[in-house]
Design a protein around this ligand. Structure first.
Ligand SMILES: Cc1cc2nc3c(=O)[nH]c(=O)nc-3n(C[C@H](O)[C@H](O)[C@H](O)COP(=O)(O)O)c2cc1C
Length: 161
């Protein structure tokens, strides 16, 4: 699947079959995050790949539907870096697209992650001065939703707004 096709196909998938995901695919997905654009090339990110069922079951307090994900990637950022939010967002989007290209469903989960940030950081051993931007569950899709999108005509402007 080429990049444009993966971008067009990507949707937030919240239903998974529970199947495991090969380590190689998880590495490919995190590698896509690692290669994202980054302000000043600071790359202020770390990625925790969680496949342990007990931990996935704990983290699902953020969203029950995550329980059948094959893995959850916790995206950790260093907030002392000026563009940490932008960099983290770019990395997450890259991983969503890479997951799609490999045939997996994924979703950006902010949900209650931020409300429980300190608790989740402690569970995952994240240093106190780092931020947990989001969790990205990845799984073999149990469904592929369609979502209404604004049309290109609605949002594209040529030369002036
Ligand atoms: C910053 C951000 C936070 C999000 N948080 C959640 C969330 O907490 N729970 C959830 O189910 N989806 C979450 N999403 C996914 C959005 O709901 C989804 O992207 C949007 O409905 C558009 O659907 P699509 O991704 O299928 O195109 C989030 C997306 C973004 C970009």
């Amino acid at each position: 699947m080429d990049a444009i096709e993966a971008i067009r196909r990507r949707r937030s998938v919240r239903k998974y079959t529970g199947e495991a995901i090969p380590r190689e695919d998880l590495e490919t997905i995190v590698d896509a995050g690692r290669l994202a654009a980054s302000g000043g090339n600071r790359q202020p990110w770390d990625f925790i790949v969680i496949t342990d069922r007990d931990m996935i079951n704990r983290l699902k307090v953020a969203a029950q539907w995550m329980e059948d994900a094959g893995a959850i990637i916790a995206v950790v950022l260093d907030p002392s870096s000026r563009w940490w939010l932008e960099d983290g967002s770019a990395a997450v989007e890259n991983m969503l697209i890479a997951s799609t290209a490999l045939g997996y469903g994924s979703c950006w989960l902010e949900g209650y992650t931020l409300l429980r940030e300190e608790e989740f950081k402690a569970w995952l051993g994240v240093p106190v001065h780092k931020r947990l931007l989001t969790l990205v569950p990845i799984g073999v899709p149990g469904e592929w939703p369609t979502k209404q999108k604004k049309s290109l005509e609605e949002v594209i402007h040529w030369e002036q707004y």
